[in-house]
Design a protein around this ligand. Structure first.
Ligand code: BES
Ligand code: ZN
Ligand code: ZN
Length: 498
């Protein structure tokens, strides 16, 4: 499907499907939808009534035009209540419309620009949201499927407002990049651990650097990690037959950059729990435990094309957490890169052990901000459910910027506290720290553990993406069961906002 835009009037466009929209509980269609209804002698309005189409978010009405206008069919999609309307409604409506017509395999589709007319939103943002909604909805993970889907031909967004065209074009281009980064992340996360070993994830980083001259990558294997003293990464990797890697990506913009930001990702290609073995049910989706690292790669895959103006580093360790005769044991002590020692009481709390070394490296770059992304705790899902990321930050402004970006992209996030009183739960009898806290507040003690490896003068935020990174059920019109690519679009939006 190629997406275009042009100036025109919807009722005059020849196409297989013409997409228009309607708010909830509107009696008389207005704007461009009203114009199409008028050309059809009120057919849309009467069928809406007859078929019980109320304009609820994602509701669909498909109408054959029988030659009354050049379009063969008209699809009306509901936008929901006007007072709830926002960019997320545009994403959802575009995705719902796409889902409804994909089986028709239309060669040509023409659509209204959702949200820019009566909705009153910025045309560029609307076009971007439309492209995101459609690209993310159209995604299928086809690597292991015999039958590949072939879909829609040309999709043209038509607006009567000629002055909006340059903005719409910009929005389409930006939406394509946001979606491409997200879909790369989805592919990496959906790939089973047998084909997504630590070396595969490192090679994915190298492939990105090869395509973009502004991106450089450095990959360190076991020998280098040993000479560095990255005891956390090495400790977790001990039980696996696969070598661990540390990956450092660097993006330098063409113009002199204002800020230096480091993104740190958790790259556990499979989390069996190690000797603290997970029950079978909990292990089923654990190929997703590299979603943080995959999100870093999603960002880097489009960072140059988006012309991000900051210097951005991506650091991730990638390991497999397995039980074996060589595996790290409960009670073992590892020495981190920061020289702090950690008693490993539960080998399933492995994410923080690899992240602590990455955070030390991140701090050595003296950045303005560090943001780590990790499928870190089941406890975060207990607290916030499976759709919401937990945000913990040592500086309120950074948390606010991330939450603001998330509100724009529709990726749900909520702030959690770094409660000082809970730090004592991480005290160990034999080492500087232990890798698990008490019975309660597991997401918070995980965040506090990471904070021990961050200089308090450096702005740092931790995103616990355990829930939303991988959907165990269909979440909405464009996030289906499987990897979601969360929070790539929020990170891109945050980086663009600086
Ligand atoms: N990778 C898991 C967390 C996870 C759970 C991610 C569900 C995605 C979905 C992590 O390594 C883990 O096992 N955490 C433990 C920590 C505990 C042992 C302190 C957990 O949350 O149970
Ligand atoms: Zn684990
Ligand atoms: Zn894990």
């Amino acid at each position: 499907m190629d997406i275009f835009c042009k100036k025109g009037e919807l009722q005059k466009e020849a196409c297989d499907v013409l997409i228009v929209n309607e708010f909830e509980e509107v009696d008389e269609p207005g704007g461009a939808t009203g114009a199409v209804n008028k050309s059809l002698d009120g057919l849309l309005r009467s069928l809406m009534k007859e078929e019980g189409f109320k304009g609820q978010a994602g509701q669909i009405l498909l109408v054959r035009t029988s030659g009354a206008i050049p379009a063969r069919r008209v699809l009306v999609v509901g936008l929901g209540r006007r007072e709830d309307f926002c960019l997320e409604s545009v994403r959802e409506a575009s995705a719902s419309a796409l889902n409804a017509i994909r089986s028709l395999k239309p060669k040509t589709v023409v659509s209204i620009l959702h949200g820019a007319g009566v909705g009153g939103l910025d045309p560029m943002a609307c076009a971007q949201a439309m492209v995101e909604g459609m690209r993310l909805a159209a995604y299928v993970f086809a690597r292991y499927k015999k039958q590949k889907e072939n879909g829609i031909g040309a999709f043209t967004i038509v607006t009567t407002d000629g002055r909006a065209i340059p903005k719409v074009k910009k929005g389409i281009a930006q939406g394509e990049k946001y979606a491409a980064g997200t879909l790369l992340t989805r592919d990496l996360v959906n790939t089973p651990a047998m084909d997504m070993r630590p070396i595969d994830l490192a090679q994915a980083a190298q492939a990105i650097a090869k395509k973009n001259s502004a991106v450089h990558v450095q990959v360190s294997g076991k020998t280098r990690l040993e000479s560095m003293g990255a005891g956390g990464i090495l400790g977790v990797a001990k039980g696996s037959d696969h070598e661990p890697f540390l990956v450092h990506l660097t993006y330098k913009p063409k113009t002199r950059s204002r800020k230096k930001i480091v993104l740190v990702g958790k790259g556990v290609t499979f989390d069996s729990g190690g000797l603290s073995l997970k029950p079978a049910d909990y292990m089923m989706s654990m190929k997703c435990d590299m979603a943080g690292a995959a999100a870093v790669l999603g960002v880097f895959s489009v960072i140059a094309e988006l012309g991000i103006k900051q210097e951005v580093h991506g650091i991730f360790a990638t390991v497999e957490n397995m039980p074996s005769g060589c595996a790290i044991r409960p009670g073992d002590v590892v020495r981190s890169l920061s020289k702090k020692t950690v008693e490993v009481l539960n080998t399933d709390a492995e994410g923080r052990l690899i992240l602590m070394d990455c955070l030390t490296l991140a701090g050595r770059l003296k950045p303005q901000a560090i943001i780590d992304l990790a499928t870190l705790t089941g406890a975060c899902m207990v607290g916030l459910g499976d759709e919401i990321t937990g945000v913990m930050a040592n500086q309120p402004e950074l948390a606010q910027s991330l939450l603001q970006a998330a509100a724009q992209t529709g990726e749900k996030m909520w702030e959690l506290p770094l409660e000082k009183n809970y730090i004592k739960l991480l005290k160990s009898n034999v080492a500087d720290l232990q890798n698990i806290g008490g019975k309660w507040g597991g997401a918070l003690t995980a965040g506090l553990f990471l904070q021990e490896f961050v200089d308090p003068k450096t702005s740092w935020a931790h995103l616990d993406i355990a829930g939303p990174a991988f959907a165990e059920r269909d979440l909405n019109a464009y996030n289906k069961k499987g990897a979601t690519g969360h929070p790539v679009r929020t990170l891109l939006s945050y980086l663009q906002s600086l």
